[in-house]
Write a protein that binds this ligand. Structure first.
Ligand SMILES: Cc1ncc(COP(=O)(O)O)c(C=O)c1O
Length: 421
């Protein structure tokens, strides 16, 4: 991480917890598509994209225009979970454009504004339905900062921040965590099958198909299918946290489509609000929707502006497979460039991995990766680190990025890598 330049009003007024502003110590002002501009007019190519909340780029006019019109005509902005025209349109569009074509049947819960709210609701409903408490999570998983979400998150630094024990969860190795030395799920299967193992029968398993914050760790389709089969065999619910990898980040709308999974519960947030607006969904298999009215609530569930932008995004980008195909093609372009970059580095081991437009460049340690991000920033490119030691430079360009912008960003990154290594 670079040291933050003195910004008096932030240093004296904003909590020490602030972090991205320390990595990119300028004052941002305008933004358009894949570009952010600081108040002095310097341009930055954004390969961070609001940590995945800006899949359609900044201030996308296809979303901005309906939003501006909605605001200008005094339509309802805040409504908790009351019925509104905007909510009806969002739910109908989500059903028609996303769920029905994929033959997926889910009830939609609006659990609160952010991803962690969607995770909390999924964990609660899994426990309520099964009457069990235990949740299986995976090494290097990331699910958010609230206590329930932290209890299934791997990162020691973030877990320590809880200040209390984080019980009722059991971590298991993610795909390839043991380097392929043992058959998938050997240990978990052994624990579940042995009544003397000490593992109480879990309510559910929570998994990311590609771990974003964990360092772009990609689970294979076979591993995911094996996990789904294990859940079925042992009566555990399967929760897919698609908060960062959903909404097209890996290509298809849901990141689990390539593995033909049908999770019992799905968590979505980040880019579902279309414009970077807060919105989270917990998708619930209909027979599991056993909530009592109001049993899980919250003041900010369903910001109508997010419904408007979210519905506009679904209509604009998911009525056909153009965006999905473009993301796959762009993903292949980035993967090839990163692989070439990795082999061009001498003297230190660098490798590349990813799926779709979630790609990572893996360094031997967090110090190197942090220096690369700082050098990229000096060249006008925003990329952040991920992984347990911050050892992965994570690339999340907008799905709407052009080939020329992609190549420009990759050139900045290559420059930064060669300057540092
Ligand atoms: C996979 C995943 N789950 C949950 C969250 C938490 O979302 P939020 O920060 O909106 O609470 C994140 C955030 O990065 C995430 O990547």
């Amino acid at each position: 991480m670079t040291t933050a330049a003195p910004v008096d009003w932030a240093e004296t007024k904003e909590s020490a917890v602030r972090s991205y502003c320390r990595t990119w110590p300028v004052v941002f002002d305008r933004a358009s598509g894949s570009w952010l501009y600081d108040e002095e007019g310097h341009a930055y190519l954004d390969f961070f994209c609001g940590a995945g909340a800006l899949n359609y780029g900044h201030n996308n006019p296809l979303l901005k225009n309906p939003l501006a019109e909605y605001l200008a005509s005094d339509r309802v902005v805040h409504s908790l979970d009351m019925y509104t025209v905007a909510k009806r349109d969002f739910l109908n569009t989500f059903d028609q454009v996303i769920l029905q074509p994929r033959e997926l049947d889910y009830r939609v819960q609006f659990p609160g504004p952010g991803g962690a709210n969607a995770v909390e609701a999924a964990l609660k409903i899994a426990r309520k339905v099964t009457g069990r408490t235990g949740i299986i999570s995976f090494t290097n998983g990331f699910h958010g900062m609230t206590l329930g979400a932290l209890s299934v998150t791997g990162n020691a630094f973030h877990r320590r921040g809880a200040g209390v024990p984080l019980p009722f969860t059991t971590p298991m190795p993610f795909d390839q965590a043991l380097g392929g030395q043992t058959p998938d799920f050997l240990w978990l299967e052994r624990l579940l099958g042995d009544r003397g193992s000490g593992l109480d029968h879990p309510a559910a398993v929570i998994v990311e198909t590609v771990q974003g914050e964990g360092g772009i760790n990609v689970a294979s389709a076979g591993w995911l299918q094996g996990l789904a089969a294990l859940c079925r065999r042992h009566g555990m619910l399967l929760i897919v946290d698609d908060i960062q990898m959903g909404c097209g980040r890996t290509g298809p709308f849901f990141s689990f489509e390539h593995a033909a999974l049908r999770p019992d519960l799905v968590c979505l947030s980040k880019s579902i609000g279309g414009y970077g607006l807060p919105l989270a969904l917990t998708l619930i298999r209909p027979d599991l929707d056993v909530w009592q009215p109001g049993e899980h609530n919250g003041t900010f569930r369903g910001l109508n502006l997010a419904f408007v932008a979210g519905a506009a995004a679904l209509r604009a980008y998911w009525g056909d497979d153009q965006l999905e195909r473009a993301t796959r093609a762009h993903g292949d372009r980035v993967a090839a460039a990163l692989a070439a970059l990795a082999t061009s580095v001498r003297g230190t081991a660098v490798s590349a991995r990813g799926r779709g437009l979630a790609q990572g460049l893996v360094f031997g340690n967090g110090d190197l990766a942090g220096k690369v991000c700082a050098a990229a920033f000096e060249r006008g490119l925003l990329v952040e680190t991920a992984g347990s030691a911050g050892q992965v430079v994570k690339l999340l360009p907008a799905l709407t990025i052009t080939d020329a912008e992609l190549d420009q960003g990759l050139a900045h990154l290559a420059d930064a890598v060669h300057a540092v290594c």
